[in-house]
Design a protein. Structure first.
Length: 224
């Protein structure tokens, strides 16, 4: 599968973590295509990504995670042999060594989308994140009528046919919820892969109140 696998990494000011992330990805899936969407970074994100062998697509300014995913998906659709895409964050909260878990679940279930399922209980996930994650996952599950166990996890395996159909409209973190709502509406199948939970007090670019409002707007929106 690795020859047809692409790793898509939205990145904003990620010069400190990207080199290690890309090195570890390369060890796990040596033949995968690594694509970094440099979302208007003001540091050396672009140069360090290129040095580690990634293809870099640049935004002139910071547009948000949803916009970065949209750009990355568009680029990958231009490459005919890419059949599977794994999206992951640039801050090392997504462990490259968990990639085989996604591939195994996809092979076993034949699912269109495999979402990373983080362990909440007994992990380093902050309490407010546990509560938020539990609530948002329940809300998305209720809306989609599907068991979505970790709706806010951006570590996902997605088949090409899914991104050929789903067109993201949101620019921020709420795009990950939009993606699931549209996937459910279009009848795509969803499975989950167990992944490690990592929280090391990294700087977050997520504004909680703003993100919550955007999440609710997306959740309540009717998509065609």
């Amino acid at each position: 599968m690795s020859q047809t696998l692409a790793i898509l990494i939205p990145a904003f000011n990620a010069e400190k973590t990207l080199p290690q992330l890309l090195e570890r990805v390369r060890k796990v899936v040596p033949d995968a295509l690594c694509v970094v969407v440099n979302d208007g970074s003001q540091d050396s994100t672009e140069s360090v990504a290129r040095e580690k062998g990634a293809v870099v697509v640049n935004h002139a300014r910071n547009c948000g995670k949803g916009a970065a995913l949209r750009t990355g998906f568009s680029y990958l659709l231009s490459i005919p042999n890419v059949r599977y895409i794994i999206t992951m964050d640039a801050d090392l909260q997504h462990i490259p060594e968990d990639i085989p878990s996604f591939l195994k679940v996809e092979e076993q279930t034949n699912a269109d989308i495999v979402i990373g399922k983080r362990q909440r209980k007994g992990s380093k996930m902050p309490l407010h994140r546990r509560l938020s994650n539990t609530l948002t996952s329940w809300l998305v599950s209720t809306r989609t009528k599907l068991p979505i166990l970790d709706s806010q996890c951006g570590y996902r395996l997605i088949r090409r046919n899914v991104i050929e159909v789903i067109q993201l409209e949101s620019n921020g973190y709420e795009a990950e919820t939009e993606f699931l709502l549209k996937a459910a509406r279009n009848g795509f199948t969803i499975a989950h892969a167990p992944i490690q939970t990592v929280y090391n007090n990294e700087k977050s670019y997520m504004t909680n109140w703003h993100t919550t409002i955007n999440f609710l707007n997306v959740l309540l929106k009717e998509y065609a």
